[in-house]
Design a protein around this ligand. Structure first.
Ligand code: IMP
Length: 202
């Protein structure tokens, strides 16, 4: 596995919630994070139908544009009762044409599970794929999963996206009711970052 030997890492995301979580998780390891928006990078179209495919598009585009190693995150939620939907379309479910509305997206998820009947499972997984790409075209891939249950009504004010309806296995609070350190220690993104640190550092 190729090592990362810089102290500044370009994180190829325009999502403020993801960027904040990455910055917090990487700071203790001496890595300064720079986001794609701060570098004025365009947001490439995510045309693949897998998390790793879309993460590769974002990381390679950013590495090519800047000449720096770039880490991208493609993530989302897979709902068992909906055969894995919304999956790579997790962000699309929140799209309104005038920005993203996660209350609308969470309501759709709850409505579609409810429509499957009273016995439909409410289990789901948050999934995260990280790709670190270098300007010469090499890349390394890391994955993390957090299993849980979708609750209704939503609960909590922290986090972002679908956090208020997601209760991780082993907890009786949602991700939006957790302190950020607690979420980062068990989350799909936290697990993928741990794999990245173990693989590309040290
Ligand atoms: P993308 O990876 O930018 O295509 O979008 C992933 C989408 O998944 C985000 O916009 C969020 O809605 C959702 N998502 C990913 N990670 C989390 C998380 O940790 N909490 C809540 N929602 C998340």
């Amino acid at each position: 596995m190729r090592k990362f030997d810089g102290d500044k890492l370009l994180v190829a995301t325009h999502n403020a919630g993801k960027l904040q979580e990455m910055t917090e998780m990487l700071a203790p390891h001496g890595v300064t994070v720079v986001g794609a928006a701060a570098m004025d990078l365009p947001e490439p179209e995510e045309t693949e139908d897998t998390f790793v495919g879309n993460a590769r598009i974002k990381a390679h585009a950013a590495a090519k544009a800047t000449g720096l190693p770039a880490l991208s995150d493609d993530s989302g939620i897979t709902i068992d009762a909906l055969e894995g939907a919304p999956g790579v379309y997790t962000a699309d479910w929140a799209e309104t044409g005038q920005g993203r509305d996660f209350m609308m997206a969470m309501t759709r998820a709850n409505d579609e599970i409810t429509a499957k009947g009273p016995d439909a499972p409410r289990t789901a997984q948050f999934r995260c794929t990280l790709v670190l790409a270098w300007p010469d075209g090499h890349d390394e891939v890391f994955e993390g999963v957090m299993p849980g249950t979708l609750v209704w009504p939503i609960r909590g004010e922290h986090g972002f996206g679908y956090d208020p309806m997601f209760m991780p296995d082993g907890y009786d609070i949602t991700c939006a009711e957790m302190e950020k350190e607690e979420k980062n220690s068990i989350s799909h993104r936290g697990r993928a970052v741990q794999a990245f640190l173990a693989g590309c550092f040290g």
